[in-house]
Design a protein around this ligand. Structure first.
Ligand SMILES: Nc1ncnc2c1ncn2[C@@H]1O[C@H](COP(=O)(O)OP(=O)(O)OP(=O)(O)O)[C@@H](O)[C@H]1O
Length: 296
């Protein structure tokens, strides 16, 4: 078993009203599974990936990774556990003046000692490995380019190359295709999935491309407002489930105006009365009927 979440709730430190970003999540993932995380903006996909990467501590419930609760371990043991997983953020945090080769080789850092890491910064220890990882995402020409001179899509592929070079067997990937053109997106997704299959790693990947999620991943988890709305095999996911997942995500001022209409409020599934609910509409000072309100 790679991971188990049981009634897990998470809030971001400093969140307004201490709102929960994940609520009562229960999820079990076996080693080697490939899962697409989908859901509207703000659903909690990134928060879930960060929680799985032990970057956020659960508020309630429990998490087990590789048969251990990381938060019961000493920080040294938790650090060692982190070497078994790799989180590829949507925008990889790349130091501005760093060369691509060093940025990619940073994927090996968890297995290196301090001096080896320092040495590699001065002179990359294994440029061939970095080149090969970059070649898989068609970025080998940028081996010695500075990361601050890369395009958004190139930075994203640099982050994927870093994942490819890592030794992790839990791969957590946050919207890896958001800055890629359609052909590169398909290619990069194939590379990610082949890599995970090849090393028997678990792959959990958040995606806004629902069509790609449904065509490429055997299991799909739909998140909305911090909750799991469905967790199903690809073939069991229907268009109606997708519609419900994304329905009414851009609410109108009229929807928010329900706060003045208790009868209508009860009919509106998106009207939350729990003050800790991140999705709860806030009173709007000036109402313009019919105007679209971004969900945030
Ligand atoms: N650093 C933070 N501090 C406080 N609240 C946060 C923070 N990051 C995210 N949130 C809140 O947590 C909730 C979930 O956000 P999250 O980024 O996980 O959603 P998401 O599904 O990844 O969205 P997107 O698709 O837009 O990337 C949102 O309500 C968001 O406003």
């Amino acid at each position: 078993m790679t991971l188990t979440l049981l009634n897990l709730s998470v809030r971001h430190p400093g969140a307004i009203d201490a709102a929960l970003a994940l609520r009562d999540l229960t999820l079990t993932v076996d080693q080697g599974e490939q899962i697409a995380l989908i859901g509207p903006s703000g659903a909690g996909k990134t928060t879930l990936l960060h929680t799985l990467a032990c970057a956020l501590k659960p508020d309630q419930g429990s998490i087990s990774l590789f048969d251990n609760d990381p938060w019961d371990l000493s920080s040294a043991a938790r650090h060692a556990m982190r070497a078994r997983l790799f989180l590829a953020p949507q925008t990889p945090p790349l130091p501005p003046r760093q060369r691509v080769v060093s940025a990619v080789l940073a994927g090996l850092l968890p297995g290196w000692g301090f001096w080896q890491a320092l040495k590699s910064l001065v002179k990359p220890v294994d440029p061939v490995a970095a080149f090969n990882a970059l070649a898989k995402v068609q970025l080998q020409d940028k081996l010695y380019a500075r990361v601050d001179r890369l395009s958004g899509g190139e930075r994203q592929r640099c982050g994927i190359a870093r994942l490819l070079i890592s030794q992790a067997d839990l791969l957590l990937v946050d919207e890896p295709l958001s800055a890629l053109d359609p052909a590169l997106a398909l290619h990069t997704l194939a590379v990610l999935q082949q890599e995970a299959t090849g090393r028997g790693a678990t792959l959990i990947c958040s995606l806004h491309q629902v069509t790609l999620a449904r065509s490429h991943f055997p299991r799909i988890v739909g998140l909305r407002d911090g909750r799991i709305m469905f967790d199903a095999a690809r073939d069991d996911v229907t268009d109606a489930m997708i519609d419900a997942l994304y329905r009414n995500h851009n609410r109108t001022i009229d929807d928010l105006n329900y706060s003045n209409d208790t009868g209508a409020a009860q009919d509106n599934e998106y009207f939350a009365t729990d003050p800790s609910d991140a999705s709860a509409p806030r009173p709007a000072p000036a109402l313009v009927p019919g105007a679209l309100v971004p969900r945030c």
